[in-house]
Design a protein around this ligand. Structure first.
Ligand SMILES: [Fe+2]
Length: 255
């Protein structure tokens, strides 16, 4: 049994971390964070979920671990914990030189999780307050249909998405981080090549969020999508759309 390692806190902005990596039996993404700007908004949100009989509970120990002032956790039916937080700490520690610049005004990006039951998952995530941006239904190979639903909470095209995945898949298919420029994406790609990381999908562009990106596998088996150019939406009067292709071009397995 290898010695337990401390947490690896990875930053994208002035916050003390955006991704927290710890050694664990799950070897997967186990929690996603949703940050509120005002404590009363978080309080009201939690009260709304409790009124719908969801067992959302405050967890002070976890809040301390996560460097936030308040934290309420709720597990979804796909075994992912959603952590609704206020007061993620800032840090003024300098970032490494020549680091990528990230677009984080509406969150750091998005997560696409594996969900086998579309109807129940959709109801749950809508109860969380997520709105449908669009869906993509594509037969990616004979007999294998991907049916993905993309959901928003603010002006970002989607902060969350779900789709059925083959048995044995990780809980999360990928986490997307949005960079400011194509140069940042290119530098990240070059770093991955240099370090012989497993690029699972090469450069491509999605038709719905218009993101230009590539996908690299983590050692745990889920992917990180590094992209730029994400579409902004007017989420207050958005009408859901549908698409028939996951990618307008590219996103092919790297040879
Ligand atoms: Fe994505």
């Amino acid at each position: 049994m290898p010695a337990l390692l401390g947490a690896l806190n990875l930053r994208t902005n002035e916050k003390v971390y955006s991704l927290k990596v710890v050694q664990g039996d799950a070897d997967d993404v186990v929690a996603l964070g949703w940050e509120f700007q005002h404590p009363q908004d978080l309080q009201n949100y939690v009260a709304g979920l409790q009124a719908k009989n969801y067992a959302i509970a405050e967890n002070s120990d976890l809040a301390a671990d996560r460097h936030v002032q308040r934290l309420f956790a709720l597990a979804d039916l796909n075994n992912i914990s959603h952590e609704f937080i206020y007061g993620l700490a800032d840090t003024d520690a300098a970032l490494a030189a020549n680091t990528t610049e990230f677009m984080t005004e509406n969150g750091i990006g998005h997560a696409l999780v594996c969900a086998q039951n579309k109807a129940d998952s959709l109801k749950f995530y809508q109860d969380l307050g997520l709105g449908i941006t669009d869906t993509i239904l594509e037969e990616v190979m004979p007999g294998m249909v991907i049916d993905a639903t993309f959901m928003h909470v603010n002006g970002r095209h989607h902060s969350f998405a779900f789709a059925p995945m083959p048995p044995g898949s990780k809980k999360v298919h990928h986490i997307m981080l949005e960079c400011l420029s194509i140069d940042d994406v290119g530098r990240a790609y070059e770093n991955c090549i240099q370090h012989k990381d497993n690029i699972v999908l090469d450069f491509g562009k999605h038709p719905n969020d218009e993101v230009f990106s590539f996908y690299v596998n983590t050692p745990s088996g889920f992917a990180i999508e590094i992209g730029t150019g994400g579409k902004k939406i007017n989420f207050e009067n958005w009408i859901p759309e549908s698409f028939e292709k996951l990618s307008a071009w590219g996103h092919k397995p790297k040879l």
